[in-house]
Design a protein around this ligand. Sequence first.
Ligand code: TMO
Length: 325
Amino acid sequence: MLDNALSPRLLSLTLCLGLAAPADAAIPESPAPIIIIDNNWSSQRVISRIASQLLESAGYATELLEMDTQSQFEAIGEGDAHLQMEIWEASMHASFTKQIDAGLMVDAGSHDATTREDWWYPDYVEEICPGLPDYKALNSCSARLATAETAPNARYLAGPAEWHPEDPERIKALGLNVTIVNADSIDSLFASLTAAVAERQPIVLFNWAPSWVGATYPGKFIEFPRRDAENRCASDPEWGVNPLMTNDCGGVVSSYLKKGLWAGFEDTYPCAYQLIANMNFSSSMLEKTAALVDVDGLSHDEAAARWLKNNDSVAAQWLPSCARR
Ligand code: TMO
């Protein structure tokens, strides 16, 4: 069974040749492909492919659909896509919750991993700017954290703008002498980090955890005013250090990582629903999936296949009996 689960190509070849009929003809319950959202960072792309390979081993057709984190939930709500494997609380809670409240999506459970997304720096930057990690040091050190492009302001190297659209408002609300420069991909974000570390140049950039970066380059998140549990920081100008503006706070510090599904998923693909609900990545598992791509240089497809090969007993536990054949 495990061999079948882990060799989708071999399995589908066997099926095409008519050598094996599914033991349980009920899978797939619908021939329509399960459409999986494909974002633009490595762990998400790898675990989406792990889900895809497991679903295909069970007999489902799957497709990956590239979407950004802002428009994805609308597509899932309309049934144009069905599955998001990594819903990060700090950047996606509001848009995800909106679809849940409208009855258009369901929460398919939390991974064990807890997450953080925020501004970050490698430890040696504290020698250049000793007031860190307090956010006020961004102003006292702005000249030292500037580049030619941003001087006299400090440079904040962000990811693609759609990841954190609140950044410009945070800068205004906290009165920061900071200019955002957006990296257009994680490859360019991490290439800038690697180059800065090699020369011990100052750098403040967007980072997240779990990711392989913190294990490779020790560093810290900048400590902004803490976001409140009700997230009034995002909705109530009066809350926080700036009584006239929202987003005068940092990201959520210990936040969830969830799986989310189109509301019609469980009725359409009941066995696949059980499989997705069972899938669960810890922080260290998630770091490993990203490192297979960003450090070891595998493609996302190869990384998913390699991960399944190295973790076959974990994957076997996720497969409900209806998905084994
Ligand atoms: C959404 N991300 C994991 C890139 O911060």
